[in-house]
Structure formats: structure tokens, C-alpha cells
Write a protein that binds this ligand. Structure first.
Ligand code: HEC
Length: 252
């Protein structure tokens, strides 16, 4: 009995110390001995990479793999289960004016056939991101970071229209936001999304949430006290039968 116990315990000690030794390497980052390497390192298949052709070689068997397919037209990414956050990211309800095809290169976009200037109608849209005492700082910080990376080279970090592009003489016609206090939030959104005059469309560069965030940030240039409870810059437009954002998905 004693003998058997000794054998079992020495086998156990040997096994444990083998495991311990195997898991200790000189490199502190080393994972030690890998028993099932393919569990740690799965094949690196990236979405949207066409593995049908690798380094000039056609791979018929890889051609139709899911990784090579684009999502179907109209696919909306998953933004979680918070309905307010999700509705913020649904496709923008206002269609660009027909003229934007030639002026802003919107060849693929569905354009408005309403016969009314959809930019004028956009004045009715309210910024859906409400400012509160709690979120204010985060919204302005996020707005600043978007603005400084995507807009300030034209508009200037102070929003005065004197960005480096303008100062260098390469570009003209950028307004000082201080002169646009009567511009509604909805029209700002529209212009950022589709472009206006010499400004190109930014709808494919920053998403809807980011645009509404940056609209809040631009208001801050116009009024340093802008914050929760500030008057929403929106005006109902007569004869506006275009869907507001939240009705966007129930066209008749
Ligand atoms: C390449 C230079 C350039 C860049 C980049 C640029 N803008 Fe502009 N922006 C302009 C010009 C020029 C105008 C004046 C357009 C007009 O009224 O014809 C303008 C106008 C505007 C207006 C007023 C729109 C209106 O309806 O009158 C807003 C708001 C605005 N820009 C916001 C932004 C934001 C936000 C960004 C970054 C996401 C941005 N712009 C990036 C050049 C630029």
C-alpha cells in the first residue's frame, strides 16, 4: 500500500514539475510550450480581402470564400441595442439635391426628385444628440478631435476660416463660423454630409454621430456659453413633407 502511494506521488510530482518547467521560458513574454499551436494562432483570414488571388497566383478554391464578399446594398452595421444610439446611425433621411451629381460627384447616391431644395428643408432637423451636464465635456472633446483632424486645415482651429490651407493661399472662400449664427443645425449637418460650394462631402469620412458631435462643437465657436439647454438651432420649414430622421425608414 505504502509502496503504491510512493509510486503514485512520485509520478504526480514528476508530472507537475514537467508542466511547471515547460511553462517557464527565459523570455517573460513567452507562452512556454504550446501544446496546441493552432488554437493560439488561427489562420489570419481578414474580411474584404480577396484570397482568390495571392501574389499573382489564382486560387480557385479560395475565390468564393466569405472573406471575398462585400455586404449587400443597404446593409446597416450593428450598433447595439440602445434604440437612441441605433436610430442616430440609421441612414440620413435627406437626399442630396439632384445638382449634387455634377457638383459633388454623387454618382452612386440616390438623389432627391422632390423638386425642392433639400438643403432648405434640412433647416427643420434638430440635433438628436442632446447635451447634458454629464456628457457635455465628452461631446466637446470628441468634436474638437474630429474638427482638428478633418476640418481645421480649412476652417482653422478657432473656426475663423483661416486654416493653413487658406493662409497658404491655396484655398479661398471658407467662412468664419461667427458669421453663421443664423445657420440651423440641420443645414450644418447637410452641408457637412453632402458638401457645399467649394467644400466637399464628408458623409463618407465621418459618421452621423460624429457629424452631430462636430455640429455641437461648431456652436461652441459661436457662443462660448453654448451647452445644455441652449436654444436648438432649428426652424420648421413650410411645406416640408420630407421625412425627419426618425421617420426615415418608413417611406410611404
Ligand atoms: C477643403 C476645405 C474644407 C474642409 C476640409 C472643410 N470645409 Fe467646411 N467649408 C469650406 C468652404 C469653402 C465652405 C463655404 C461653402 C459655401 O458656402 O459655399 C464651408 C462651409 C462650411 C459650413 C457652413 C455650411 C453652410 O451650410 O453654410 C460648415 C458648417 C462647415 N463648412 C463645416 C465643416 C466641417 C465640420 C468640416 C470637417 C468635417 C469641414 N467643414 C471641412 C471648406 C472646407
Amino acid at each position: 500500500m505504502k509502496m503504491r502511494f510512493r509510486i503514485i506521488s512520485s509520478i504526480a510530482i514528476a508530472a507537475v514539475s514537467t508542466l511547471l518547467l515547460a511553462s517557464c521560458g527565459a523570455d517573460p513574454d513567452s507562452p512556454g510550450l504550446e501544446y496546441m499551436p493552432d488554437m493560439y494562432r488561427s489562420a489570419a483570414i481578414e474580411p474584404y480581402v480577396d484570397y482568390g488571388e495571392i501574389q499573382g497566383k489564382q486560387n480557385e478554391d479560395l475565390k468564393m470564400l466569405l472573406s471575398a464578399k462585400v455586404p449587400p446594398f443597404g446593409t446597416v452595421p450593428y450598433y447595439g441595442t440602445d434604440s437612441a444610439a441605433v436610430s442616430l446611425m440609421l441612414p440620413y433621411a435627406r437626399l442630396a439635391n439632384n445638382s449634387f451629381r455634377s457638383t459633388h460627384g454623387m454618382f452612386d447616391a440616390e438623389l432627391s426628385s422632390q423638386g425642392v431644395d433639400t438643403y432648405v428643408l434640412a433647416a427643420a432637423d434638430v440635433n438628436p444628440m442632446e447635451l447634458t451636464e454629464e456628457n457635455m465635456k465628452d461631446v466637446f472633446d470628441a468634436g474638437k478631435s474630429i474638427f482638428n483632424s478633418k476640418c481645421a486645415h480649412c476652417h482653422g482651429e478657432k473656426g475663423d476660416g483661416n486654416g493653413p490651407m487658406v493662409e497658404s493661399g491655396a484655398y479661398v472662400g471658407v467662412p468664419d463660423y461667427a458669421n453663421l449664427t443664423n445657420l440651423s443645425d440641420g443645414q450644418m449637418f447637410y452641408s457637412i454630409y453632402y458638401g457645399k460650394g467649394m467644400m466637399g462631402a464628408h458623409g463618407s469620412i465621418i459618421n452621423k454621430k460624429e457629424i452631430w458631435t462636430v455640429v455641437h462643437y461648431i456652436r461652441k465657436f459661436q457662443d462660448p456659453n453654448y451647452g445644455p439647454g441652449s436654444v436648438q438651432m432649428a426652424a420648421p420649414v413650410e411645406g416640408d413633407d420630407a421625412p425627419a430622421d426618425d421617420e426615415a425608414n418608413n417611406p410611404e
